[in-house]
Design a protein around this ligand. Structure first.
Ligand code: PXG
Length: 449
């Protein structure tokens, strides 16, 4: 099929995730056909630096044959076996071992799933089981944050705080949301430091309002990813820690995007010095080469679930799929052996921070922020203000298209442009990324004038 035929069949038969089918029908999809290193190429032969690592997945880029070969070998040897009914497979044990080593101290058990959404549903099941076994069945409520993203299953979407999603389904009734630590968007006249404390105190207020005896857990991404790379003010996590220390409440950190090196540490929990009880992961655990997710379970929780006896009635056919686990083993070993994360922390993260900061001078940029190898740009109409061009987020959509035209995949979340490029970028790639982003901003400024 040629490009037009592919687009027509796509329109006719494929329902895409998070897509306005009417608009897509008019425009036609971009058909991506190949990839190499940190670059992707579409059917027209247009090659782009992939500033989004696929969808926050391909932290090692697209050319690691060790991963695909390990998957292939595993598929030939034992393509599938389940981990129910007292069975197991070698790759699942080996990956569980490895994850216990690289995750924060005190997290030594894993429950595997096929995705991040399934892992967050698993968290809801584990949280309830834990408190029931602790004879505190009244602890039922889970606190999350507005504009959080925790997946698209009913559990994941209920935990998530995106209003557009909540309008389209009926959420679980035991989940409450508090304000997000989004200083640029919601900080008003407060300094970032003041606002960080304020947003953390919202957790305390919510716990008091609900009654601490009823609150089971607090779930949060270390940095909100899909919500627009919302890097909390430095005061936020230490204050959240203080709040949580006062109460007997589980902390779930959702590391689906920030796990496996994005911040320059293995996990966001390491970066912020937090000690989660449960930790969701997916995406980069297999470098996006095979679907796999899961939740790391702390000793505190695992001991209760393991020791008290009785069946934990939860699991997925593809929990601990052997080929997925094989992909995970090779990916984690590469990240570790090649010191990819240390390089982000010491070399490329600081370099991106320096170069990305230059974009803050651009006339339509209200704020430029980075941390590790993640970044965001807030597009504004008037320099020095936080006012957007319009309320339809036109500037973000235009900037995304201009970016693609200039050979860079940059995503728009409303009028916030975001990047999360592969961790294998060197400083020359970062120069290329920032230069292309700069051109995209110039083109956007012209188009919006
Ligand atoms: N938690 C977090 C923090 C995520 O970012 C999920 C859970 C769900 O994972 P699965 O594997 O079920 O998709 C995610 C997924 C975006 C975007 O537009 C982000 C995600 C998924 C799709 C799009 O940035 N994150």
């Amino acid at each position: 099929m040629n490009k037009n035929q592919l687009q027509q069949h796509d329109r006719d038969h494929l329902l895409h995730p998070f897509t306005d089918f009417h608009d897509l029908g008019k425009q036609g999809t971009r058909v991506i056909t190949s990839a190499e290193g940190p670059y992707i190429t579409d059917i027209d032969g247009h090659t782009m630096l992939d500033g989004m690592s696929g969808l926050w997945c391909c932290n090692l880029g697209y050319s690691r044959r060790e991963i695909s070969e390990a998957i292939y070998e595993q598929l030939n040897k034992l393509p599938f076996y389940n981990s129910f009914f007292q069975c197991t497979t070698v790759p699942s044990i080996e990956l569980a071992d490895l994850l216990s080593e690289v995750t924060p101290a005190g997290m030594n058990n894993v429950f595997f799933t096929g995705s991040g959404s399934e892992a967050n549903d698993t968290n809801l099941r584990i949280i309830r089981r834990y408190w029931d076994l602790k004879d505190q069945p009244q602890k039922r409520i889970v606190i999350s944050r507005e504009n959080a993203y925790h997946g698209s299953t009913i559990g994941g979407a209920s935990l998530g705080g995106m209003s557009g999603m909540h309008k389209q389904f009926q959420a679980l009734d035991y989940i409450e949301h508090i304000q997000q630590p989004y200083w640029f968007g919601e900080g008003g006249d407060m300094s970032p430091e003041e606002f960080g404390i304020h947003a953390a105190r919202c957790l305390d207020e919510k716990i008091q309002e609900l009654g601490p005896e009823k609150v089971a857990a607090f779930i949060a991404e270390p940095i909100q990813g899909a919500g627009g790379v919302i890097i909390p003010p430095e005061t936020y996590w230490p204050e959240v820690k203080k709040v949580l220390d006062q109460y007997d409440i589980l902390l779930v950190m959702d590391e689906v995007i920030f796990g496996f090196g994005r911040t320059g540490e293995w996990f966001g929990a390491d970066y912020y010095g937090m000690k989660p009880d449960l930790m969701t992961f997916a995406k980069a655990v297999t470098n996006g080469y095979f679907p796999l997710g899961g939740t790391m379970v702390s000793d505190r929780v695992a001991e209760v679930i393991k020791a008290k006896g009785g069946e934990f009635t939860h699991g997925y056919t593809y929990s601990a799929h052997p080929a997925a686990c094989m992909a995970g083993i090779v990916t984690v070993n590469i990240l570790r052996d090649e010191k990819i994360i240390e390089n982000v922390r010491d070399v490329t993260g600081p370099y991106l921070a320096k170069r990305w900061a230059e974009l803050a001078d651009h006339p339509i940029v209200g704020e430029a922020r980075t941390l590790g190898l993640v970044g965001a740009l807030e597009l504004v109409k008037h320099k020095g203000s936080r006012a957007r061009f319009d309320d339809k987020c036109t500037a973000g959509a235009v900037c995304r298209d201009m970016s693609i035209k200039n050979g860079l995949v940059m995503r728009a979340t409303g009028d916030t442009m975001i990047i999360a490029p592969p961790l294998i970028l060197d400083t020359a790639h970062i120069d290329e990324l920032v230069d292309k982003a700069h051109r995209a901003l110039d083109d956007t400024a012209k188009a919006m004038a």
